[in-house]
Design a protein around this ligand. Structure first.
Ligand code: PSU
Ligand code: MN
Length: 316
């Protein structure tokens, strides 16, 4: 039996994949652990609409009822959003155990990539990736997202990484894992709420067609994932210095409470939400939508490269 036996792909996503149409995978840890209810549900629905507006089909990915779900119904999305932190947070190591128990889970970037690849989806939009945590030289806390990007052939569109992480070390590990980092209309690696981090990207692309061309070559070479970083829209961005104080405070609170491991990222996100009086959430939602739009455009450009619009001429 192959891993595909555990997939439940929605009729809409199945039809789009069979026809070679554009599909964009969306993760669900951002729903369960990244934002509070009901904003998480509203965000999940809006992001699907943004993908549709580009002509691509959204495929929200989750683990539920012992299945790897690709494309979830409105009802299931509601269940997941309401469950919030009570749902599991599924990293790569958790997948088999969660399929065995039937527990509901939000899938992280790593796990969403794994499931997307199994379903044949090549493009995935999220908010920010996990990375190397500050102080990782002591804690060894490096997100499984970085390893997955090295091995799984899915393009991930994000707004960079939060500066709750050590961005310099995160970029070093991405390089070690052979992950190309493409700036979408930028030379800078963005820091999630801030458009700039002081670190550069490996290569810059200014349009979706250019990215699709690169992705097609990456795929021909049989290589792994690609990270495409898309800065938060200017209107919703923060100055790095304005958010740094909240980040330092959140990190100090995590340390004082002894929060570690898989609880670290959700705790820090929640704490920054509280410290900014909820303002960080509005920016977070804006950047996810912006990534969904760019991912949709890239998926459409990729589908146009690989699927001829006219049926091929037959020689008789
Ligand atoms: N960063 C965010 N928001 C998120 C996450 C990261 O700004 O919701 C989630 C993503 O699902 C990511 C995961 O894959 O946290 C990383 O968790 P960890 O650091 O435990 O690997
Ligand atoms: Mn971790």
């Amino acid at each position: 039996m192959s891993g595909k036996a555990y997939l439940s792909v929605s009729a809409e996503v199945k039809a789009a994949l069979a026809a070679g149409k554009a599909v964009v995978a969306l993760e669900s840890t951002i729903i369960t652990h990244g934002m509070p209810y009901p904003q998480n549900l509203e965000m999940a629905r809006d992001v699907e609409d943004v993908v549709r507006a580009t002509g691509a089909v959204p495929a929200t990915i989750t683990i539920m009822d012992g299945r790897l779900c690709v494309g979830v119904s409105g009802e299931d999305l509601e269940r997941l959003a309401q469950e919030g932190h009570k749902a599991a947070k599924a990293s790569r190591r958790d997948v088999a155990a969660l399929l065995a128990s039937g527990e509901m889970a939000g899938t992280t970037v790593a796990t969403t990539m794994q499931i997307a690849a199994l379903a044949g989806i090549k493009v995935f939009a999220t908010g920010g990736i996990g990375g190397v945590h500050r102080g990782a030289e002591e804690s060894f806390d490096i997100s499984a997202d970085l390893e997955e990007l090295g091995r799984t052939p899915v393009a991930v569109i994000c707004a960079g990484a939060k500066s709750i992480l050590d961005i310099g070390k995160t970029l070093e590990v991405l390089e070690t894992n052979g992950v190309p980092v493409l700036g979408f209309g930028t030379d800078q690696f963005p820091a999630f709420w801030a458009r700039e981090s002081g670190f550069g990207v490996d290569h810059r692309f200014d349009d979706a067609e250019g990215v699709a061309h690169m992705l097609a070559i990456q795929s021909d070479l049989g290589m792994g994932g690609v990270l495409i970083v898309n800065p938060i829209p200017e209107a919703d961005a923060w100055e790095a210095s304005a958010i740094e104080g909240f980040i330092t405070q959140a990190l100090a609170d995590a340390e004082a409470k002894g929060i570690k491991g898989k609880a670290a990222t959700p705790f820090l996100l929640q704490r920054i939400f509280e410290l900014t009086g909820g303002k960080s959430l509005a920016s977070n939602i804006a950047l996810v939508k912006n990534n969904a739009r760019v991912a949709g455009e890239i998926a459409v450009a990729l589908a146009e490269r690989t699927t001829p619009k006219q049926p091929a001429v037959k020689f008789i």
